[in-house]
Design a protein around this ligand. Structure first.
Ligand code: PLP
Length: 384
């Protein structure tokens, strides 16, 4: 019998929405290249335009500002590396809590880099940001500011409107990674202070393999992948109409199915349940404005890998704040930027819920977690 899976890792990738799946399958039935001017090509190109419209509608963008890419990782690389070239950026000012795609793209962009940190509650340190910005002589240097709208690890909602106000009197550029906010909260791409924004399909029940970079027209030269002139020269490569159809459908269907209030209540139940299991529960970013679908926590003394292994055996899927790559354990740079100790960062676990999460998921998680604590003989230790 197949193992019952309790999927609590929506921020990593959300399950495909049935409507998105149907749109993908329908589009796969079609033949052709969306750039061709014959009937088949035009049919596919119509799918692209419809998807642009659906994405534009919920992000405050105009149809023509939606440029499809293979992922938000690509969108981020295009925004950062492309801007350095096309907009003559001299300096990148980036939040230390950005996704690794942004941090690495910025580090490898060939221009100077200034990082500002997060406060203990997970929010952007606006004071530090202002100080860094204040040191730039605008007559000599142009900066690209890189921030995220919602943090993928803690769910903290960042004060993007404040950032916009701070940069309003300057001529610097603003790029926002809105991956974890798109379709979950109102986005404001129409703001004249936001120049580019990255989004991704698979975080909202669309397919993996497609993302978008929202670009204002004055950023049209910001490119990464050269090609056959697709998307008005902004991103080369034949467009994957089926994936894009799924992305567009998800953009419309996800907000109808994503119930922030219900998820908030489920997360509260998780927190209450965990407190019953351990008096020492630490919830990260507890005192910030957070998305309702997420809890990032640690129980001191319980290593994340151990908990993850035990939970996996029970069919429970979630994320940890530490990742093992090339034989080395890397601790969450987000938690570290918030001032969390290495030890506690290595114990962090993230539950992220989404469009199909239920109370049964919460109950299964809590009973699996209780089992893990018992079998690892942690119960006594963490209770004290
Ligand atoms: N930015 C944020 C905030 C994310 O959470 C993610 C995915 O985890 C990405 C960027 C990268 O998205 P993609 O998987 O589409 O490359």
């Amino acid at each position: 019998m197949a193992k019952k899976i309790t999927y609590l890792d929506h921020n990593a990738s959300a399950p495909l929405l049935p409507d998105a799946k149907r749109a993908i399958i329908d589009a796969l039935e079609l033949v052709g290249n969306p750039s061709s001017i014959h009937y088949c090509g035009r049919k596919l190109s119509k799918i692209i335009v419809l998807a642009q419209d659906k994405i534009a509608k919920i992000s405050g963008a105009k149809r023509d500002e939606v440029v499809f890419t293979s992922s938000a990782t690509e969108s981020i690389n295009q925004a950062i590396k492309g801007a350095v070239k096309a907009l003559n950026i001299d300096k990148i000012i980036i939040c230390a809590g950005e996704h690794k795609a942004a941090l690495k793209a910025a580090e490898n962009s060939g221009v100077g880099l200034e990082k500002f940190s997060l406060l203990n509650n997970g929010q952007i340190d606006l004071l530090q940001f202002k100080q860094i910005l204040g040191k730039i002589d605008e007559s000599e240097e142009t900066a690209l500011i890189c921030v995220h709208e919602v943090n993928n690890e803690t769910g903290t909602i960042q004060p993007i409107r404040e950032i916009e106000k701070i940069i309003a009197p300057t001529r610097h550029y603003l790029f926002v990674d809105a991956v974890q906010a798109f379709a979950k909260m109102e986005l404001n791409f129409s703001s004249r202070f936001v120049d580019m924004m990255a989004i991704s399909a698979h975080k909202i029940g669309g397919p993996v393999g497609v993302g978008a970079l929202l670009m204002k027209s004055h950023c049209d030269e910001v490119r990464l992948i050269e090609g056959g002139g697709q998307q008005k020269n902004r991103r080369g490569g034949t467009l994957p109409a089926a994936l894009i159809a799924g992305f567009g459908e998800a953009a419309i269907e996800f907000p109808k199915k994503y119930n922030e209030q219900l998820l908030k209540e489920l997360i509260e139940k998780i927190e209450t349940g965990l407190r019953k299991l351990s008096d020492n529960l630490v919830v990260f970013a507890k005192n910030s404005e957070r998305m309702g679908n997420i809890i990032n926590f640690a129980i001191p003394g319980l290593k994340a890998e151990i908990a993850m292994m035990g939970l996996d055996l029970e069919g429970v899927q979630l994320s940890s704040g530490s990742a093992c790559s090339s034989g080395k354990v890397a601790h969450s740079h987000v938690l570290r930027a918030m001032g969390v100790s290495l030890q506690l960062a290595s114990e962090s676990l993230r539950v992220s819920l989404g469009w199909n999460s239920t109370i049964e998921d919460v109950e299964r998680f809590l009973s699996a977690f209780a089992k893990v604590l018992k079998t690892r003989k942690f119960a006594k230790m963490v209770k004290n």
